[in-house]
Write a protein that binds this ligand. Structure first.
Ligand code: AMP
Ligand code: ZN
Length: 113
């Protein structure tokens, strides 16, 4: 299996890492869609949100805690931000290692495209 996000988490592929701990890594999206666009991933390879298991429940909380920390650090917490996880084709998922998009720094439209 050759997964680009596993490679980033293992530092075998360069990325602008903004946060990391034992279970989570966060880095700047290479093609940002907002002034702040960070991807938050687990070190564990989980392809999509449909693959989450009971044993991943704490890990999912850690992804959100990391996103909150980065949002505060980048100064977008009070204004607000969007958290998105795309799942499979209709949502436009292109990298099959689960990730949270943390986007902010501009007003977000709704409904999303
Ligand atoms: P998704 O479409 O939800 O699967 O999102 C994948 C995201 O990964 C896109 O926003 C891409 O711009 C981003 N991406 C792909 N390759 C890299 C990379 N090497 N470093 C940082 N971000 C990446
Ligand atoms: Zn992976």
């Amino acid at each position: 299996m050759d997964c680009i996000f596993c490679r980033i988490a293992e530092k075998r592929l360069p990325a602008k890492i903004v946060y990391e701990d034992d279970s989570v890594v966060a880095f700047e999206d290479i093609n940002p869609q907002a002034p702040v666009h960070v991807l938050v991933i687990p070190r564990k390879h989980i392809p999509t949100s449909l693959d989450l298991e009971e044993e991943d429940n704490v890990l999912v909380g850690r992804l959100f805690q990391a996103a909150n920390r980065i949002a505060r650090q980048k100064g977008i917490a009070d204004r607000g931000f969007r958290i998105v996880t795309n799942c499979n084709k209709d949502a436009g998922q292109t990298v099959f290692h689960i990730h949270i998009h943390l986007m902010g720094g501009r007003p977000m439209g709704w409904p999303p495209g």
